[in-house]
Design a protein around this ligand. Structure first.
Ligand SMILES: [Zn+2]
Length: 342
């Protein structure tokens, strides 16, 4: 099997020769190409692609996860973004800090022309062309409905808005806008050559289960449906312990969930055996702070835990920190490749 076939088989719940490997390491990839200014190469499609491809040629993982950070859409909508040399970009001041009414001035950006979305599209086009269907290309559509709203409004203020009955109509309109933004972006990424896309979902580490079902789930579902209708594979990412909503997340229609080890492995195993592929489950912190031996041991234990799950795609459960040692990434892929799928 080549990498693309291995990924597609896992997403379809079919047998694989080896557990597919996906690495959420866009903050690290530039180092493989010799770039040292994170703020520069994250905004340049040629450099984004060069980093992804240099990393792939060395590690030979099965899926390229292409993005430029968690602020791409906020920037395209007009937020001022700070791009430091050695830490991820962040919003200087939320665009809607003075009130949700500012929404009236916002329009869904055209990803083909809006910076930096157009640069990520360029990176996807280059990576698809250079890898020639040997590897799965994931063009990530930035933040999901509530996560983008938090970037625009400020996280705490947005959570207060969600619970304020007087803001109900405006909250609805914000979520319609943010969903339209990540949907249009995902469709453009697929058109540029991505086999799949992903949104950063807000799970129950951020929202109550009730708010998740009312204010996040319907929008995730419509995003997944749009990606499916366009022939792409839909992934939904969540950063915390999502055990309480695993079945609901699967019900969004996502082809795969992206989960961190905060969610109990037994619950994830049960979900995969029954229903839905999962990408992730390794600790990003261990990639950054662990030794190669500790990482290899973590990989072996995780593979053992998910033995018999053909729907498992192994990788760090969230974006790897900027300074993760490259030898840990090499040890990770090497360790997975030692074992045939069981
Ligand atoms: Zn995450």
């Amino acid at each position: 099997m080549n990498s693309l076939e291995r990924m597609m088989a896992a997403l379809n719940g079919q047998p694989v020769d080896q557990t597919p490997v996906a690495i959420h390491h866009f903050l690290v990839t530039g180092r493989y190409a010799g770039f040292d200014d994170l703020g520069q190469w994250l905004q340049d499609g040629d450099m984004l692609a060069a980093g992804q491809l240099a990393s792939w040629r060395e590690l030979r993982h099965d899926a390229l996860l292409i993005e430029n950070g968690v602020t791409a859409m906020a920037q395209a909508l007009g937020s001022e973004i700070v791009y430091p040399k050695s830490i991820p970009p962040h919003v200087r001041r939320p665009l809607l800090a003075d009130g949700l009414e500012g929404l009236d001035h916002l329009r869904v950006p055209d990803p083909r022309t809006a910076h930096p979305l157009c640069e990520v599209l360029k990176a996807v086009r280059i990576c698809r062309r250079e890898t020639q269907d040997k590897v799965f290309i994931m063009g990530r559509a930035d933040q999901g409905p509530n996560a983008l709203a938090m970037a625009l409004r400020g996280p705490e203020q947005w959570l207060m808005d969600l619970m304020d009955p007087d803001q109900d109509a405006l909250v609805t309109r914000v979520l319609e806008l943010t969903t339209a933004c990540c949907t249009r972006y995902a469709l453009a990424l697929l058109e540029a050559g991505a086999h799949g896309s992903c949104i950063g979902g807000a799970g129950v580490s951020v929202l109550s289960p009730q708010l998740y079902m009312q204010r996040e789930w319907p929008h995730q579902r419509s995003w997944c449906q749009a990606v499916r209708d366009a022939g792409g594979r839909a992934f939904v990412h969540a950063c915390g312990n999502e055990q309480a909503i695993l079945d609901d997340m699967a019900d969004t229609g996502a082809h795969s969930l992206e989960l961190a080890p905060d969610t109990p492995l037994t619950a994830v195993r049960e979900l995969m055996l029954r229903l839905t592929p999962v990408l992730g489950m390794l600790s990003p912190i261990l990639f950054e702070q662990g030794t190669t031996d500790e990482l290899r041991d973590h990989v072996r234990r995780t593979l053992k835990m998910f033995a018999g799950c053909s729907r498992f795609i192994i990788g760090p459960g969230c974006a790897l920190p900027v300074d993760s040692p490259l030898e840990n990434l090499a040890a990770f892929v090497d360790e997975v490749r030692r074992y045939p799928a069981s």
